[in-house]
Structure formats: C-alpha cells, structure tokens
Design a protein around this ligand. Structure first.
Ligand code: NAP
Ligand code: ZN
Length: 347
C-alpha cells in the first residue's frame, strides 16, 4: 500500500483535520501522482457538509488535482515518471456502456466513480486531492502543459471542464448570445471560455462589486440580477444561458431571457429543487437542461485549448490550515475566483 496524508472531514459540522491513510499500490494500468496543488470546488463544501445527502466520512475532498507523476504501472503508455499530470472528478467508469463508448463517461450507465466520497467498483472508498498523492487509472489522468502556471491549471479539472463541455455541446461561438449566471469558480471559467469561443457574453451576478472583474474576464455586458428593469430589458435575447449558481434561486427569471429555441443549462447544484413554471418553457419553445463535468477526451481537449490560448483560472492560493476561512469565503461568494491549496503546506 501507498502511505498518504491529507485533510479530512469527520462529520458535516466540524473543521477538516489531518488524516493518515493508505491508497492501493499502482496496478498495471495505474498512474501515481504526487499532488502539488488542489482547487477548492463548491462541490467539496456541499459534500463535506452533507448538503446532497449520503456523504461518507472520513472524507478527503478535492477533485481539481495537479502534480507530478511518481510511478506508472507496466501497461501505462501516456505517462512517465516526472511528467506533469492532472486528475479531475472521475476515477473510474465501466468503459463498456454506450455512454462510455461515446466519450460521455460522467454518464456511465454502471455509474461513474467520483474521485472522493464514492465507492470504487471493488467497494473501496475513494479519497481526493486534499492530500499528498493519488492513484488513478491512466484513462482518468490528464497531460498538463508546462507552458501554463501549474497551480492555476488545477481548477480547469472541474470548473474548467464543467463549463467547457456544455458550451461546446450547445455550439456556443460567433453569432450566439450567451449568459453566464454567477461569478464564482465555474462562472469565471464560463466567461473566459464563452468569450474565447467568440460568443457575445453577458454575466448575471448578485454582486455589484464583481462588474469590473467580469469585464476583464470576458463579459461584454454585466447585469445585476436584482435589478428588475435590467432583467426586463434582456427578456428574449439569449441563445444559451449557463447557470453556475450554488444556492436556490428563481430559474424562471433566467428562462425568460431566452429567445426562440434557447436553452438554459443548469450546472450549479443547489441542495433544493428549483421550481419551474410551464409557461417559462412553452414561451419561445425553450429548453431546460443540465450537464455534468465532461468526458475524458473533451477534458484533454479543453486542457490543450487552454495551453494554446493561454487560459488558466484566476486563483487565490491558500494552505491546509486555512480551509475554514476559505470555505466561509466561497459560501459568501467572496473568492477571486478559485481557491487553490498549496499541498506543500501539508508538511
Ligand atoms: P462558487 O465559486 O461558490 O460560485 C457560485 C456563485 O453563485 C457565487 O460566486 C455567486 O455569484 C452565485 N451565488 C451564490 N449564492 C447565491 C444566491 N443565493 N443567489 C444567487 N447567486 C448566488 O461555486 P462553484 O465552485 O463555481 O460551483 C457552483 C455550483 O456548481 C455548485 O453548486 C457546485 O456544486 C456545482 N458544480 C457542478 C458541477 C457539475 O458537474 N454540474 C461541477 C462542479 C460544480 P455572484 O456573486 O456573481 O452572484
Ligand atoms: Zn468540482
């Protein structure tokens, strides 16, 4: 077994504390990564606090992982010791079902195994990236370009692919008017990608103080969602809206912004249902959809696109002893725009 150390939640209410645990030795198809940095996703907080139900404790969160390869199994072909590598939200899928075969692994019919707070197919609980190392099958490990700032690449592994995948799936590009709702970790990557793909991009935010940053990140327009007149002026104008909000909010307000055949895609995962009026959908023949992270091939494509276009996340670096403060600031919507933990701080 490989000895690991990290930070774990023991229950929904207490602070995360140090933990020592074991990971499996690298099998023939596995890659071992020594973790340099791990992003803090709002999903970490939802799961640590058991807001979605079914949390498994102790829980070592973290699914925006970057570092260096320290060992590879005998069947591994993509990586060698010393390479930069990343691990995201998924560490196993069946690879046999139609969705896996189509490169849509998060929708695996047997069920995808999450990087943490999940049970692998053999029953072993998975532990995430708030730790010094991780073992994953090669298929779920990504190549990282040395051209980019490594710490700022970490959030691409979840916030990046979760916004990239729906923007690509719904054909966002020149001639399309796109709205991004919520300027947090996901939202700021959504803005960067929508802008880079050539769409006319608007940010909808509850935070007046984020306007200047939003424009720098790629917004052509910023709308304060609490301003009823501004919302009314935007009715029926959008082809595609990506909703990245982590808390309950009124979807009908955003559906009303869609033009004929427009789509609202929900990626934020509030812990309560979001009521929708049928009138919001039948008007303009609108669609309401959702999207979960992204497939392995498209994640590598996104990382390669970022290397080519020099796109990374805007990060605030933190350390393992300051997780409480980081979590509080994420929940308040006060992070610019993703916390990344320097895993060197584990000691
Ligand atoms: P985050 O950094 O906390 O950003 C969420 C943003 O939502 C905030 O910055 C804020 O933006 C807005 N917001 C927060 N509370 C609000 C409220 N009460 N009303 C309206 N707006 C509010 O979170 P994140 O890491 O980007 O994650 C966002 C959500 O996506 C989480 O629920 C997470 O679990 C989920 N997620 C889903 C997937 C997937 O595969 N679908 C993957 C990763 C994460 P403003 O200040 O601009 O209003
Ligand atoms: Zn995430």
């Amino acid at each position: 077994m490989i000895q690991s150390k990290g930070y774990a939640a023991r229950d929904p209410k207490s602070s995360l504390t140090p933990i020592s645990f074991e990971r499996r030795d690298a099998g023939p198809g596995d890659v071992v990564v020594e973790i340099a940095y791990c992003g803090i996703c709002h999903s970490d907080i939802h799961q640590v606090r058991d807001e979605w139900g079914g949390s498994i404790y102790p829980m070592v969160p973290g699914h925006e992982i970057v570092g260096k390869v320290t060992a590879v199994g005998s069947d591994v072909t993509k990586f060698k010791v010393g390479d930069l590598a990343g691990v995201g939200v998924t560490v196993r899928t069946c690879m046999q079902c139609e969705n896996c075969k189509a490169g849509a692994e998060p929708y695996c019919l047997k069920g995808m195994v999450g990087t943490y707070n999940a049970k692998d197919y053999d029953g072993a609980v998975t532990y995430g990236g708030y730790s010094n190392n991780i073992v994953a099958p090669e298929h779920y490990v990504y190549s990282i370009s040395p051209k980019l700032e490594l710490a700022a690449v970490a959030p691409l592994l979840c916030a990046g692919i979760t916004t990239w995948s729906p923007l690509r799936h719904w054909g966002v590009g020149p001639g399309k008017k796109v709205g991004i709702v919520g300027l947090g970790g996901l939202g700021h990557m959504g803005l960067k990608f929508a802008h880079s793909l050539g769409a006319e991009t608007a940010l909808f935010t509850t935070s007046p103080g984020k306007e200047e940053d939003a424009r720098r990140l790629g917004a052509d327009e910023v709308v304060l969602s609490k301003d009823k007149d501004a919302m009314a002026r935007n009715k029926g104008k959008f082809d595609f809206i990506l909703d990245c909000v982590s808390a309950p909010h009124d979807l009908n307000e955003y559906l009303s912004l869609l033009r004929l055949d427009g789509t609202l895609c929900q990626v934020g995962l509030p812990d309560e249902p979001l009521p929708v009026s049928a009138f919001s959908l039948v008007t303009n023949r609108r669609s309401l959809s959702g999207s979960m992270i992204g497939g392995m091939r498209e994640t590598q494509e996104m990382l390669d696109y970022c290397a080519e276009k020099n796109i990374v996340s805007d990060i605030e670096m933190t350390t393992v002893d300051k997780l409480d403060e980081a979590y509080e600031r994420v929940v308040k919507g006060d992070v610019k725009y993703r916390f990344v933990i320097d895993m060197g701080s584990l000691g």
